[in-house]
Each structure stands twice: as C-alpha cells, then as structure tokens.
Design a binder for this molecule. Structure first.
Ligand SMILES: Nc1ncnc2c1ncn2[C@@H]1O[C@H](COP(=O)(O)OP(=O)(O)OP(=O)(O)O)[C@@H](O)[C@H]1O
Length: 338
C-alpha cells in the first residue's frame, strides 16, 4: 500500500508538487496522468525517495519513508521496484546479469540470486533470452527485463514511469498483461505513470490527474467517466463532435455498464414518450467493467429536469450540452417535428 500525504516538492522557489494526497491500496494499480511538466516523474522519484520531498509523508505498507535514517531508508527502498521508459539496462551485461544486479548489490547468496533470476525470467517470459545483451533484444523484451529487474528484491510496490511509451501495440499489451498478473498473483501495488489513456482504461483500478503539481481529479475509471464531464473524463472516453441542429437538444450521457439495464435507452425513450437519436456513442472496457458515453439528441421541448430524473433512474448520468441544439433531424426519427 502506498499512502502519500500532503506531499510537496520545491526546487528553489519553484513548487513542482503541491500538496499531493494519494492512496493506492495493496494489490491495486493506480495510474497518474497529466500534461507534460505536471510533475508526474517528480512524483515517482519522490515515492522511491530518489528525490527528498520538501514536506509531507510517503508511507509504504505503513512505514513513512521520509522519516527514516539514511541506512534504514536503503533497506526500506527495497520494497519499491522501479521500471523506466527506456528500461536503463546495462549494455555490457546479459539480460540475466541485469536482473541479478540488484540482488548482488544487496549481497544475496549467489545460489539464491541464480534461483530468483530463473524465476523472474520465467515470469516475464524471457528465459529464452537470458544470455542476450540488451542490444540483441527488442524494446518490449528490454522492458520485460526491466520489470524483472524491478521485481528482483521482491518489492511490495512497483513504479512504472512510461514503461510502455514507444512500444508497439503487441508489446504494450504483453507488458500490461504482465503488470496485471503481478497485481493479481503477487498482490504487488503498482503505480503507473503514463500519457496513454488506453493503458489507463485497460489496467488502472484508480486514476489520478496531475496538473501543475496538484491532483485535480481522482477515482476509479468508471467513477471518473460517470461522475463528471471533466477533461480527464473526456480524455478517457473521447467523443466525436456532433453537428449543430435547431431541432434536437444535445445531451451528454455517461454510465457504467454493470449499473444499467442493457435496454435502458429504449425504456427511457418510452418513459419520456419520445424517440431518442443516438448521435455519437462509445462503450469501452475499463478495468473489470465497461463504461459508456453517448451524445443523444432529444426533443428540446422536453423538461430538462424530467430527462435527468428518468435517465438517472436508469443509472445514467445526463447533462445537456449547452449551446448545442442540433439541426438536421435524423431521417425517420420523428423527433423535433413541430
Ligand atoms: N531538478 C529539477 N530542478 C528544477 N526543476 C525541475 C527539476 N526536475 C523537474 N523540474 C521541473 O518540474 C516540473 C515537473 O517535471 P516532471 O518531469 O515531473 O514532469 P512530468 O509530468 O513527468 O513531465 P513529462 O510528461 O514531460 O515527463 C517541470 O516544470 C520541470 O522543469
């Protein structure tokens, strides 16, 4: 479990992280997203204490790392494995030797090192590349070795800083499957820094949006999409723009598939006694569930409160898209005819 409380990091007069509160429960995957310069990498470096926070606390499994002496910190940092974008493998060492390195530094007996290297290479599916040098591996393979090395000291927490950036879709999928396995099989708590919303949707139990050093929104992916029409919500589930029309009022609706009846749209149409035009729709997997976002076209004469109430009863959050009244009536929809 990672518990970050009121974390602040300043360089001189520049505050890069400003009062971060974030809890990632044991065996959860959290994703931190945000624009370039928001402070994501600084946050990762503070969590593994590569950077000393200016103030605040960082607890891993209940132990506040910021209060430890240098010696105790060295010990405690073994609980945190890190994987970077470029994997940072040592060129002159084989894959197996790279994985072994943290264990050799920690002074583990050679027999134990060999056994663990074998286990780790097996877990990341790289036994057949044990004796290859980094230059003989693909980007995805190097990342897997990086993950194996990050797991070498059996950490409770794994930090992944853009570990899938620049990888092809197949390698990205393999790395994400691996992270999910680590969470499910070993209960590793994982914090993923990424700018890829596909990554967030497919593996994150929790997402936090960082902006100018502050967390401006956080929650499960399904909650964020359902709760608000924020920038994060739209980035997670982007909708195409819809044409403007005078005869239909555009509504943005959001829902979690598990919380609604499969036939909610037809039922809501009947209850509102109107035809509903679907102008844009996207339903995507988000962790274990699926989330949907639709732009609907409704008769503008309908009472807004009633629309919100009827859709709300079906477990669907609805908001009128202000200023968007839609012109061309879809053929045969029967909606909007005066
Ligand atoms: N050692 C440092 N000294 C001064 N400023 C720093 C230092 N390290 C980072 N910064 C500043 O902190 C801010 C956040 O940097 P950080 O690398 O954490 O952002 P990021 O969200 O990871 O960005 P990106 O997505 O581009 O990697 C930036 O404005 C950066 O210039």
């Amino acid at each position: 479990m990672i518990e970050i409380t009121a974390l602040t990091k300043s360089y001189g007069t520049t505050t890069v992280l400003d009062g971060i509160d974030l809890v990632v429960e044991e065996g959860q995957i959290a994703a931190v997203v945000g624009p370039s310069g928001a402070g994501k990498s600084t946050l990762a470096r503070c969590i593994n204490l590569l950077e000393r926070p200016t103030s605040g606390a960082i607890a891993v499994n209940g132990q506040d790392l910021t209060r430890l002496s240098r010696r105790d910190l060295r010990e405690a940092r073994r609980q945190i494995g890190t994987v970077f974008q470029s994997a940072n493998l040592l060129r002159r060492l084989t894959a197996a030797q790279n994985v072994a390195l943290p264990m050799r530094h920690a002074g583990l007996p050679e027999q134990e090192v060999r056994r663990r290297v074998g286990d780790l290479l097996e877990r990341v599916g790289m036994v057949h590349r044990a004796n290859h040098y980094p230059s003989q591996l693909s980007g995805g393979q190097r990342q897997r070795i990086g993950i194996a090395r990050g797991l070498a000291l059996q950490p409770a927490v794994l930090l992944s800083d853009e570990a899938t950036s620049g990888l092809d879709p197949e390698s990205t999928r393999a790395i994400l499957d691996l992270l999910t396995e680590l969470r499910d099989d070993l209960g590793v708590t994982i914090l993923v820094i990424t700018h890829e919303m596909d990554v967030v949707r497919s593996i994150a139990d929790l997402v936090a949006q960082l902006d100018h050093g502050r967390i401006v929104e956080q929650g499960t992916v399904a909650d964020v999409v359902r709760r608000s029409d924020s920038a994060l919500s739209r980035a997670l589930l982007p909708m195409p723009p819809v044409p403007v029309d005078d005869d239909l009022r555009a509504w943005s609706v959001r829902y979690e598939a598990a919380a609604v009846s499969p036939v909610w749209l037809a039922q809501a149409g009947r209850e509102l006694d109107t035809d509903i035009a679907v102008l844009a729709a996207l339903v995507e997997a988000a962790g274990d569930s699926r989330v949907g976002r639709l732009t609907l076209g409704l008769d503008p004469r309908l009472d807004d409160r009633r629309v919100v109430e009827v859709l709300g009863r079906h477990g669907v959050v609805a908001e009128p898209v202000e200023g968007a009244v839609l012109r061309a009536v879809p053929a045969g929809s029967g909606v909007g005819a005066a």
